[in-house]
Design a protein around this ligand. Structure first.
Ligand code: SF4
Length: 381
């Protein structure tokens, strides 16, 4: 069990609590962690109210000791309902799925373009479990959006095909427990709903937080940039590169999980030619998988309107240079790391004269000049 991890403006990796937590102690352990946070967490400053800050102030060893002590008392208590909850005994507790690591062996754009739409979808969106022969399919929700008609249609698909539906942390759905025979008709049904594009979980499937669309803390239009990056990759023929995840947050708070993405961005207010302008910090090499976490490292700052060009350059270099099955992180290490690859886009970090290029001073989906107006919010504190 891991605890006290968190992203936000100051990301902290989660800490391993102990080598192994027996399942009959799982709930007691969870409650012990909550009690320690409740007793010792910072109640004066909401920006410091998360458990990750206790690791800094108390130290992880001390935290562990307090959690174990709480657990011991809980389990020893005469009134504590110890053991495995009845509902778990009844319904089982088989793992819900596999990790979120994006497979790097998804072929190349050239291969995809040569295929018909079903084959392309089958290759890009269908996942076959290598160990136990399960079949799952991703449905792509562009920018994580879904209409009510699509939602109802998906519910009908679930009933008709008798499958499970899960939401992925890349803002898509995955249909599980399919059979090979169901795939052509499933593809036809998803096509009718506009959810059978083959981009799910590939480079063009950019994840963004709500950003300035609806968030009071945002300094940039993260969703607008996500859309722009998807289009730029499409134009460059790179939209179907596998094994690279792009995540965007509209401020440092990291709701878009930019720290743990291969290519991450967070929104910044920049100033150029005496004016405020929307900008981003680009990070490279973040990942969380296989019991390890690596936060992305700063590569370059960029004007919002040049961030897509930077992505095209980096993804293009990755697609051209990677070895078979090589992950983005492995390639990045081989290519010299975030700073070195950042030099590839450093020339993009300049703002042209506002009279000649006023669009650099207007954020995506906005009509007027950029202005960072941050309000109150509960989000991401
Ligand atoms: S607070 Fe969260 S949702 Fe709002 S802009 Fe920042 S990262 Fe995005």
């Amino acid at each position: 069990m891991f605890f006290a991890g968190g992203l936000g403006a100051n990301p902290h990796p989660a800490q391993a609590l102990e080598e192994f937590t027996p399942r009959d102690q799982l709930l007691a352990t969870l409650e012990a962690i909550l009690r320690v946070q409740n007793n010792h967490g910072n109640r004066d400053n909401k920006l410091r109210a998360r458990m990750k800050w206790l690791v800094d102030t108390m130290g992880v060893e001390e935290l562990r000791e307090r959690i174990f002590k709480e657990r011991k008392f809980l389990i020893a208590s005469a009134t504590y309902p110890a053991g495995v909850p009845r509902v778990v005994d009844e319904r089982g507790d088989a793992p819900a799925g596999v990790g979120t690591e994006v497979p790097a062996d998804l072929g190349s754009p050239v291969e995809f373009r040569a295929l018909d739409p079903f084959q392309k979808w089958n290759l890009a969106n269908v996942v076959r479990g290598r160990a136990n022969g399960t079949v799952s399919a991703y449905t792509w929700c562009r920018l994580g959006d879904i209409t009510t008609a699509q939602f109802r249609g998906l519910a009908q698909v679930q009933r008709d095909f008798g499958v499970e539906v899960r939401i992925t942390n890349r803002q898509n759905f995955v249909l599980r427990a399919l059979t090979e025979e169901q795939l052509p008709s499933l593809f036809a049904r998803l096509s009718q709903l506009g959810m059978a594009e083959s981009g799910a979980e590939l480079a063009r499937d950019v994840v963004a937080c709500p950003g300035a669309d609806t968030c009071n803390l945002a300094v940039t239009q993260s969703r607008g940039l996500a859309d722009d990056i998807g289009n730029a990759l499409e134009d460059a023929g790179l939209s179907e590169v596998g094994g690279v995840r792009i995540n965007i947050s509209g401020c440092t708070n990291s709701c878009g999980q930019h720290h743990i993405s291969d290519i991450g961005f967070f929104g910044l207010e920049r100033r150029a030619h005496g004016r405020p302008a929307p900008g981003y910090q680009m990070l490279l090499g973040g990942r969380v998988a296989n019991m390890e976490i690596q936060f992305g490292e700063k590569a370059s700052k960029l004007p919002a309107k040049r961030a897509s060009e930077a992505v095209v350059r980096v993804v293009g270099k990755f697609a051209a240079e990677r070895d078979a099955g090589e992950t983005f992180s492995q390639w990045l290490d081989r290519a010299g790391g975030a700073k070195q690859v950042g030099t590839l886009v450093a020339d993009l970090d300049n703002f042209p004269d506002p009279d000649e290029h006023p669009e650099f001073y207007i954020d995506f989906d906005e009509t007027g000049p950029y202005e960072a107006a941050v309000g109150d919010s509960e989000c991401a504190t």
